[in-house]
Design a protein around this ligand. Structure first.
Ligand code: ARG
Length: 566
């Protein structure tokens, strides 16, 4: 396998300095200005140990580093390297042929369990759940790509006191016809009505509590209603998942852990971790300056945290997860801190391998969504609107396109997904449909369009299979600045994947793809890919093909489709 260019410089420096390569490699950086060079080595760190000025060290090193692969120049405290573009191009294309250009291995088959999506039964699938679904899905694919075994679990919210309220409302006011045609909307209306009526008639709350108690006791009527809610909701959620191209290895809702919680409570008791507080049972976390973790309410019912304790234990012990990730909004940060601390107190060393992967709020038209008051923009409506607008744009740009509806679906949904993923997770996102659909902006459609362009060029080339064409003899045709920028972006693919995986941050890959698409478009506009003699065309087309492969794989890892024509 060909050595990555950066590694080669690290090795040469390590030899010149008689230092371990691993110490040098992290010091290398990309200069902020491309003019300065392709790679820079700042000498500040060495200056401390060598007790010389950084500029002195750079000047001494310069003559020791001569190599056919690059030219090197000391500039003050820096050594700036410029690749020999012809050699680099030859290597890049060889790496692409061998597959190493796109190979990244960080994991060693360790099993990572990803808690993602996890919407609540009988409630709308909100745009907040979309973030969990898409970030989770991207992490699922990215981590798998870099060598982990990923397992996704949808931790459906199918248990809790709200089901007492739902059953009460359903039996009193449920309209079978409406519930059959649009169940989620129907259930939402019931939920909203319950809260309105309960303000006037507080006895409804008692009724709801008793229905939930019946449900916990396995009462047939309560279970029948509850099962209906689940079946109806799943039908709707699955439609969305199909549209989003997301699937799950497991659907294990909160209710799955009902029979696994007593053991947790018992263990907590035996370990003397449980304390009474206002009639409820809690685990104190004073030493961490955190409020206590509520384990059992005063009425004996279990709660969210207890369930999550049982869930984590199950995922570690039964599902053999070596790392447990929870892709859940940042508003639940306290819950997860408490959860992991309690697991630690219970003596589970693997508590350290549990990670909350939080994300910020998504605002639609500047509004936080609240189920309570029914002010919810249903995700499905957002997707429909995005697809509709994508279709309009396609009609303007490419009216003769075959299969427009399918392409519009891929582009519209891709726009929403990418519009979410390109932001650093923790940022609160102001979601504006018009912006995420802009074919000219930093958007999913922009990247998808760049990929479609590669396909158009390759189809037009009519040179047969570019991949099968022999290694070009002459790389001089791709040594111009635009080809070079494209090649440098291609060389950064595996690093982008690695960073995205290590930091659990799909936005790193999304932003990389935007830059790659931009570099590709510039190359395409300036370098007249299809002009020239065969030798020239082949080498340029190989670059186009490499860009196409990376764009396609990158988009797919993020959960986007890649139409060949848009
Ligand atoms: N259903 C919860 C909600 O919508 C999210 C569950 C997240 N996962 C977990 N293991 N707590 O807020």
């Amino acid at each position: 396998m060909m050595m990555l260019l950066m590694d080669k410089i690290a090795l040469a420096l390590a030899n010149a300095l008689a230092l371990p390569e691993a110490e040098i490699r992290p010091l290398l950086e990309y200069p902020p200005d491309e003019e300065l060079g392709d790679v820079a080595f700042p000498c500040f760190t060495l200056a401390r140990t060598m007790k010389q000025s950084p500029a002195n060290i750079a000047a001494q090193l310069e003559p020791l580093l001569a190599d056919a692969s690059w030219s090197v120049q000391a500039a003050g405290p820096y050594l700036n390297f410029k690749w020999n573009r012809e050699l680099a191009a030859a290597q890049l294309i060889a790496d692409w042929h061998s597959g190493s250009l796109m190979r990244a291995a960080i994991g060693n088959g360790e099993r990572v369990i990803i808690d993602m999506s996890s919407p609540n039964i009988a409630k709308p699938f909100g745009i907040g759940h979309l973030r969990s679904t898409m970030i989770g899905n991207a992490l699922y694919h990215i981590l798998r790509k870099v060598g982990y075994e990923t397992v996704s679990v949808n931790h459906l919210g199918d248990w809790g006191t709200q089901f007492g309220k739902m059953i009460t409302a359903y039996l009193k006011w449920g309209d079978e016809q409406q519930l059959a045609s649009d169940p989620i909307k129907g259930y939402l209306e019931l939920y909203v009505r319950f809260h309105e009526e309960a303000e006037q008639h507080p006895e409804l709350e008692d009724e709801a509590r008793s229905w939930f108690a019946k449900l916990e006791a396995g009462d047939a009527e309560a279970v029948r209603c509850w099962s209906q809610f689940i079946a109806d909701s799943l039908k709707e959620f699955n439609k969305l998942y199909a549209r989003l191209g997301v699937s799950f290895d497991h659907f294990l809702g909160e209710s799955f852990y009902n029979d696994k919680m007593d053991a947790v409570v018992q263990q907590l008791q035996e370990q003397n971790l449980l304390e009474e507080s206002d009639g409820a049972q809690v685990v104190r976390l004073d030493e961490h300056e955190l409020p206590p973790c509520l384990i059992r309410k005063s009425d004996g019912t279990s709660i969210y945290a207890t369930r999550d304790l049982a869930t984590a234990i199950y995922r570690h012990e039964e599902m053999k997860g070596s790392e447990l990730l929870y892709v859940v909004g940042s508003e639940q940060s306290l819950h997860f801190r408490q959860l992991f601390l309690v697991l630690g107190k219970m003596g589970f060393a693997w508590a350290a391998a549990c990670k909350h992967i939080p994300f910020g709020l998504m605002k639609l038209d500047g509004q936080k969504m609240s189920t309570r008051r029914g002010k919810v923009v249903f995700l499905e409506e957002v997707l429909d609107e995005a697809v509709q607008r994508a279709l309009q744009k396609i009609e303007e740009k490419n009216p003769a396109l075959a299969g427009k509806a399918e392409v519009a679906e891929a582009v519209g949904i891709g726009a929403v997904v990418f519009g979410d993923l390109k932001n650093t997770r923790m940022l609160a996102v102001d979601f504006v449909l018009e912006d995420v659909l802009n074919f000219e902006g930093e958007t999913g459609p922009y990247v998808q369009y760049a990929y479609a362009r590669t396909q158009r060029i390759l189809a037009k080339a009519a040179d047969g299979d570019v991949a099968a064409a022999p290694q070009p003899a002459d790389y001089v045709y791709v040594t111009g600045d635009y080809a070079w920028l494209l090649m440098k972006m291609l060389l950064r693919y595996t690093a982008a994947l690695g960073d995205a995986a290590k930091r659990h941050e799909p936005s790193i890959l999304a932003r990389y793809l935007i830059q790659l698409a931009q570099a590709f478009n510039r190359f395409y506009h300036h370098d007249k890919v299809l002009a020239g003699e065969e030798a020239e065309r082949i080498v340029k087309l190989k670059l186009v093909q490499a860009a196409a492969d990376v764009l396609k794989e990158g988009l797919e890892l993020l959960g986007l489709k890649t139409p060949k024509e848009i």
